[in-house]
Design a protein around this ligand. Structure first.
Ligand code: NAD
Ligand code: UDP
Ligand code: UDP
Length: 319
């Protein structure tokens, strides 16, 4: 049995990872400050004898004896990471330093949840890991993008200087159950709007693209990366290469929810990337043929079911 620390474990991705690693017979310590995560995401795990929940802010040092660390602590949606940009960059940078210091002390393997945002508004399409990106260092997305870029640097430097065993993944837009309904990401926004019969808010003309990965495919890739050969550090892209415009996404969600919602267009936020699609050849090659199995419509159906139940239970609770 391994003892595994998951920072940000009460968040959307972290909660799925906690569950999967517990089911595989590991002991899991879930560390979270509950900024964007929720106890409801991990409530079913609290009674598990091998699960421990720690309320802690990763910008402060943390001491535990563990074999592996998945570092996910960081708000991930533009609305939340722009709410307190200084705190966001501290979380990425000081959080990375603290998990790396911990990994160095106990000789643990540590995986960093980096992001496709390191490519910024990319000039190369699809994005390969060798592309250095096109990132504004002083814009509204910079606290997140540059924080994650600096964290990648720290991971590489702790590996080179202190021999820490590291892994870096670059996650592309991921969706699924346990997303925070108010975190402003496009999939959760459109589904909640469609289920409530409210207008679907497309920012700009809706022709910008994203490639959406279902959370189970990501979790599978994360675990394969953690267990990959020691010499393979990444960074490696984990995403679904099927690319859609936001208009196509809105139309698919309206159809699947049988909604009467109308599409409206609002202003496009500053520095919003025009296109994003992962090249996943490296992941396929290094992670035993890993590739996403769940395509958009199938993944949307289970995400819609999740939000449908959540909205009904919130309605009942508000009476
Ligand atoms: P999320 O917001 O649901 O989860 C992040 C978790 O980190 C939350 O539970 C939050 O409370 C916690 N957290 C934030 N600041 C913290 C701090 N200072 N100390 C301790 N805990 C803190 O987001 P998510 O989608 O689950 O993302 C998880 C990770 O994956 C993040 O690092 C994110 O940058 C990365 N990522 C996600 C996506 C995606 O599409 N979901 C894409 C790229 C990268
Ligand atoms: N750290 C931690 N847990 C540990 C070991 C270290 O949180 O188990 C923190 C430590 O407080 C420091 C950071 O990790 O702020 C980096 O540690 P490192 O040993 O690399 O640097 P130093 O302590 O020499 O600054
Ligand atoms: N978006 C949108 N309507 C919304 C929320 C987002 O049209 O209600 C757009 C946003 O401008 C971006 C895309 O959807 O072009 C993906 O946004 P998200 O915040 O989910 O992720 P990111 O921009 O970080 O990839």
């Amino acid at each position: 049995m391994k003892r595994i620390l998951i920072t940000g474990g009460a968040g959307f991705v972290g909660s799925h990872l906690c569950k999967r690693l517990l089911n595989e017979g590991n002991e899991v310590i879930c560390l979270d400050n509950y900024f964007t995560g929720a106890k409801s995401n991990i409530i079913d795990l609290l009674d598990h004898p091998h699960f421990e929940m720690v309320r802690h802010d990763i910008t402060e040092p943390y001491y535990a004896e563990v074999d592996e660390i998945y570092n996910l602590a960081c708000p991930a949606s533009p609305v939340h990471y722009q709410y307190n940009p200084i705190k966001t960059i501290k979380t990425s940078v000081l959080g990375a330093i603290n998990v790396l210091g911990l990994a160095k002390r106990v000789k643990a393997k540590v995986l960093q949840a980096s992001t496709s945002e390191v490519y910024g508004d990319p000039l190369v399409h699809p994005q390969t890991e060798s592309y250095w990106g096109h990132v504004n260092p002083i814009g509204i997305r910079s606290c997140y993008d540059e924080g994650k870029r600096c964290a990648e640097t720290l991971f590489m430097d702790y590996h080179n200087q202190n021999k820490v065993a590291i892994k870096i993944i670059r996650i592309f837009n991921t969706y699924g159950p346990n997303m925070n309904p108010s975190d402003g990401r496009v999939v959760s926004n459109f589904i909640v709007q469609a289920l409530q019969g409210k207008d679907i808010t497309i920012f700009g003309d809706g022709l910008q693209t994203r490639s959406f990965q279902y959370v189970d495919d990501l979790v599978e890739g994360m675990i394969r990366m953690m267990n990959s050969e020691r010499g393979f550090l990444g960074p490696v892209n984990l995403g679904n290469p099927n690319e859609f415009t936001m208009l196509e996404l809105a139309q698919a969600i309206i159809e699947l929810t049988d909604s009467k919602s109308k599409i409206i267009h609002l202003g496009l936020p500053q520095d919003d990337p025009k296109q994003r699609q992962p090249d996943i050849s490296l992941a396929k090659n290094k992670l035993n043929g890993w590739e996403p199995k769940i395509q958009l419509r199938e993944g949307l159906v289970s995400t819609i079911n999740y939000f449908d139940k959540l909205l009904v239970s919130q309605k009942v609770a508000s009476f």
